[in-house]
Each structure stands twice: as structure tokens, then as C-alpha cells.
Design a protein around this ligand. Structure first.
Ligand code: CMP
Length: 142
């Protein structure tokens, strides 16, 4: 097992439900430590850039509109197999298909308003963490 970093976003729906603390607690109690964190409200241009990989998808415009509908909490999580572990904790992208007890099963309603985002590979984790955080905002926790 490798120590990895991954980017987590607590999306506007979960922030609006005051679920920030509960979701962070799930990360921390499952071996994912917070190395960086902040609340931001993205501009349309920023959300378009963050999700540029989905620019040709039919859901892109709705996704961007949703992600700028309110503030989000972005965090860098670190731990053993952090990318896969975070995705397990989140559950399936579509909350209707998410395993009971996962974050999306408990807090999400639709595939658009699905509570959280997590990097899907080591390559995207590098790109996504650098999108939101610079070196001075990332803290070693030893
Ligand atoms: P996220 O992990 O943030 O990555 C892209 C997002 O697009 C995804 O979560 C969903 O919220 C949203 N989305 C909407 N429709 C779809 C779809 N059909 N397939 C995948 N993602 C979708």
C-alpha cells in the first residue's frame, strides 16, 4: 500500500445541509488526514476549467452551474491508498447506486447533487490538488 494524496470537494448540496463536519469526520476516522482545506465559491470559469475533462459531456453545463451555486469545501486528504479509500467512502457517483453507509448514500440526492468529489487517479490527484492549493497551503502532519 502506498501513501497517497487526493483532492476532496464537499459540494454545494452537502455544504447547504451543514454536513461538512460529518463528512470530514468520516475521512478522519477512516485514515484520511486533512493536509490542506478551505471554503471557496468558484467562478464559472474556474468550475469550467476544473471539469474541463467533461467539457464534451451532455451534463457539463449543469455540472458547472451546480458547482457554482454555492460555496464548496476543498481539501487535500492523505493516507494509505487515499484515492481508492476516499472513493469507497464516497460511494458510487450516482447516489441511487451507492452502497448504504457511504457519503453519497447518506447525503446525496441526484447524480448532479452528489455531495462530494474525489480524484479518480494519481495523475488527476496531482492536477486537482494543484488547482486549488499552493505549497504554502499544504501542511505536513507528522
Ligand atoms: P464528480 O465526481 O464531481 O465528477 C463529475 C461529476 O459530473 C460527477 O461527480 C457528477 O456529479 C456529475 N455527473 C452528472 N451526470 C453524470 C453522468 N452521467 N456520469 C458521470 N458524472 C455525472
Amino acid at each position: 500500500m502506498a501513501i497517497e494524496q487526493t483532492l476532496s470537494i464537499i459540494k454545494p448540496d452537502a455544504v447547504g445541509k451543514d454536513a461538512i463536519g460529518t463528512i470530514l469526520s468520516r475521512f478522519e476516522s477512516n485514515g484520511l488526514r486533512v493536509k490542506a482545506m478551505k471554503m471557496v465559491r468558484m467562478t464559472r470559469e474556474q468550475a469550467q476549467a476544473f471539469y474541463a475533462v467533461h467539457a464534451d459531456k451532455p451534463f457539463y453545463n449543469d455540472l458547472v452551474a451546480f458547482m457554482i451555486s454555492g460555496p464548496v469545501v476543498v481539501a487535500i486528504l492523505e493516507g494509505e491508498d487515499a484515492i481508492a479509500r476516499n472513493r469507497e467512502l464516497m460511494g458510487a457517483t450516482n447516489p441511487q447506486e451507492a452502497e448504504p453507509g457511504t457519503i453519497r448514500a447518506d447525503f446525496a440526492t441526484t447524480i448532479d447533487a452528489n455531495a462530494v468529489h474525489g480524484s479518480d487517479s494519481p495523475e488527476t490527484a496531482v492536477t486537482e490538488t494543484a488547482f486549488f492549493f499552493n505549497r504554502l497551503e499544504i501542511f505536513d502532519r507528522e
